[in-house]
Design a protein around this ligand. Sequence first.
Ligand SMILES: [Fe+2]
Length: 321
Amino acid sequence: MTASPSGVLTESVSVSEAAEMARRAREQVVGRVSGHPDRRDTDEYFRLAALNDTLLPERVRDALDRLRDGAADAVVVHGLPADGPAVPVLGWTWLGMVTRRLGHEYGYRAEKDGDLVHDVRPRPEGAATQSNASSAVDLSLHTEVAFHDIRPDFVVLYGVRSPEPRPATRLVRIADAIRECRPETVRELREQRFRIAAPESFSQARIVDDVAPIGGSYDWPTIRWHSSIVAENTHRRAAVTDFLESAESVAHQVRLGPGSLVAFSNSRCLHGRDSFAARYDARDRWLLRTYVLRDVTRLMSRYGLEPDSAGIRTLAEAVAS
Ligand SMILES: [Fe+2]
């Protein structure tokens, strides 16, 4: 394991490991699933993937466990066996293994119509927006679903296709960003004085007030952030500017090509993406994404749902209130 002091763990799967992983994944997971992967009914595929997650090298599972228990903030894996572009069944397998090792996938009715596996692709109408459909502009640093009171504990991104050169996904640990900030910036951002709106990919317009972007303790800070963040006075606006400049200065660059995956804590990392040239054809950039809750029973308690297989979809329906 390459453990940088930054808390971002990077692993690579060797070519010989990958060949054996692909063979066994097709036999033990892909070949036993009925039909194609279904973005809104992931349970059969992900359950089988999870039952067979020992196909992942032990060091990869160990890194994911460190992310799950808070000993690391992000895990990057390169060299996973990639497969055909039409239906990335091996990609679904790795995504399912990683997602279920960290928790449980869930969705929002207002985001991609409740899909539990998100196709992240550039779209012409979103090219210049601050959303996952963008391409022509840098996607500025943010956390997922920052405006909502139920936010993913972890986010997993798997690369199906990428243009060359591969655009960088920028990853920033909040602890690193804070170290670079002026003390008054951190003091301001700990105040519940900021407004955050839903991103343009959400079909419902939502704005929340009285958000403290930085939370948690001194040693274990957390972050909620989106480009829509609004501050009402010059001190707070200066804090927003200083924070973003500081965060960008300590960004890790992860280039997701076919067979690469990143999983990160959504409360301890910000992420963004560099601009790239979209093609809007069958060779365009394409990621699979899941939102992960470590304890999905939070949703059951809140919405009174049962954990039956159809309920997984129902949770997605219910969360967007
Ligand atoms: Fe994002």
